[in-house]
Design a protein around this ligand. Structure first.
Ligand SMILES: [Zn+2]
Ligand SMILES: [Zn+2]
Length: 95
């Protein structure tokens, strides 16, 4: 398992009881209101300024880099920097 990054929130279970095949699947279940879910990986950059957009990254470095870009710019109209990285600690059935 990847080492933990204490600055990230970690979602271990979200109470749906289902087994998701991919992190993208899980992200759609966790954030059903999300208008956009892209990428694949266990690090989710969630922008919830106006609606919810979720992008997934397979490394903490790329998630952090993406957040820096988003923080420096905006995620769209009405952006007030509600951007955070959530680490999805899920047991996926695939190897
Ligand atoms: Zn779920
Ligand atoms: Zn924003």
């Amino acid at each position: 398992m990847a080492k933990s990054y204490p600055e990230f929130k970690v979602y271990r279970s979200h109470g749906c009881g289902e087994t998701h095949q991919t992190y993208a699947d899980a992200a759609k279940c966790i954030w059903p209101q999300s208008s956009l879910t892209e990428g694949e990986g266990s690090y989710a950059l969630v922008a919830s300024c106006s609606g919810t957009e979720v992008s997934l990254y397979d490394s903490p470095e790329s998630a952090k880099a993406a957040k820096q870009v988003l923080d420096a710019d905006t995620c769209g109209d009405g952006c007030h920097r509600r951007h955070e990285i959530i680490q999805l600690d899920l047991k996926l059935p695939r190897p």
